[in-house]
Design a binder for this molecule. Structure first.
Ligand code: C2E
Ligand code: CA
Ligand code: CA
Ligand code: CA
Length: 283
């Protein structure tokens, strides 16, 4: 798979990550978009799942679904190689629909084996501008007979800021039907505290950039502490992403963070492989 990833870069697949301003109409991108469209129809996109656990009790409370492209020649392609491009085109709608559909199908399978796991899906700015998105979500919840409570949507601040009023309207409808909403990558970019209090969100995910050096830089710890305090005051829970070592885990627990996710606990992996891990973690 590694060799396949290198050849993907050589052939231009990797370009879209770095030159953010470029147009989507270059032959390379059009080729990639066409391939991606076929990949969605051909079900070449696969989900890996990464567990989240409470920092205090180390109880698994949910999983995040992370998409990969199982490319016939290139091997497993990371989302950074195709999501940023898809996000700039209408293709992100069927792509997100596909991911929500697959995530809920897995959630339903877990439910039949007695595992009550909330499944989180990442959504993009365009999904928040699309009135049909809420109907898509409702239709998929009904199709898989999964209560809305089991679905969590992770959305970045920048996606909300693309059109805060429209995003708020769509998020409000989703919250009203019972979907859990999280602000992803919180603290990474500009933070719009004024908007935050008007948004129907339940959870803040502290960005990995703050978590990574939290035991090294006192300033990071101070920021995390104030994010936790802000969240508490607004009645929100906090999730730290990218927790890679025990010291970080312990410090985050002391700082009052609620939930953690990261390689220390478990790497993202296909659902089949998670079973053994669940058994060990007694989920
Ligand atoms: P994200 O939502 O911030 O997801 C967390 C990323 O951090 C994932 O990368 C995950 O594998 C990685 N990660 C988890 N634990 C650790 C850790 O302890 N250390 C380090 N260094 N990394 C860790 P991944 O899977 O490559 O996804 C990258 C980004 O692609 C995601 O960032 C998200 O923005 C986007 N993405 C992934 N799946 C989807 C999707 O289905 N739809 C959309 N719209 N975006 C997606
Ligand atoms: Ca996320
Ligand atoms: Ca994140
Ligand atoms: Ca991110």
């Amino acid at each position: 798979a590694d060799i396949a990833m290198y050849s993907a870069k050589d052939r231009g697949l990797g370009v879209c990550v770095y030159d953010d301003g470029l147009n989507v109409h270059s032959p390379e991108r059009l080729g990639l978009l066409g391939e991606l469209r076929r990949a969605i129809d051909g079900r070449e996109l696969v989900l890996h799942f990464q567990p989240k656990a409470t920092l205090s009790g180390e109880e698994v409370c949910g999983v995040e679904a992370l998409v990969r492209w199982q490319h016939p020649e290139r091997g497993l392609v990371a989302p950074a190689e195709f999501i940023p491009l898809a996000e700039r085109t209408p293709l992100i709608r069927p792509l997100t629909r596909y991911v929500v559909d697959a995530a809920l199908a897995q959630c339903a399978r877990w439910r039949t084996t007695g595992r009550t796991l909330r499944v989180a899906v990442n959504i993009s700015a365009r999904n928040l501008l699309d009135e049909r998105f809420v109907d898509d979500v409702l239709e998929l919840l009904a199709r898989h007979d999964v209560p809305a409570w089991f679905l969590e949507l992770e959305v970045t601040e920048s996606a909300i800021m693309a059109d805060p009023a429209r995003a708020r309207a769509i998020l409000t409808r989703l919250a009203e039907v019972g979907v859990t909403l999280s602000i992803d990558d919180f603290g990474a970019g500009y933070t719009s505290l004024a908007h935050l209090k008007d948004l129907p969100v339940h959870q803040l995910k502290v960005d990995r950039s703050l978590v990574t050096d939290v035991t090294v830089h006192r300033s990071n710890a101070l920021i995390v502490r104030s994010v936790v305090e802000l969240a508490r005051n607004l009645g929100l829970t906090t999730v730290a992403e990218g927790v890679e070592d025990r010291e970080t885990w312990d410090l985050l627990a002391r700082l009052g963070c609620d939930v953690a996710q990261g390689h220390l606990l478990c790497r993202p992996m296909p659902a089949e492989l998670l079973e053994a891990w669940f058994d060990r973690a007694r989920v």
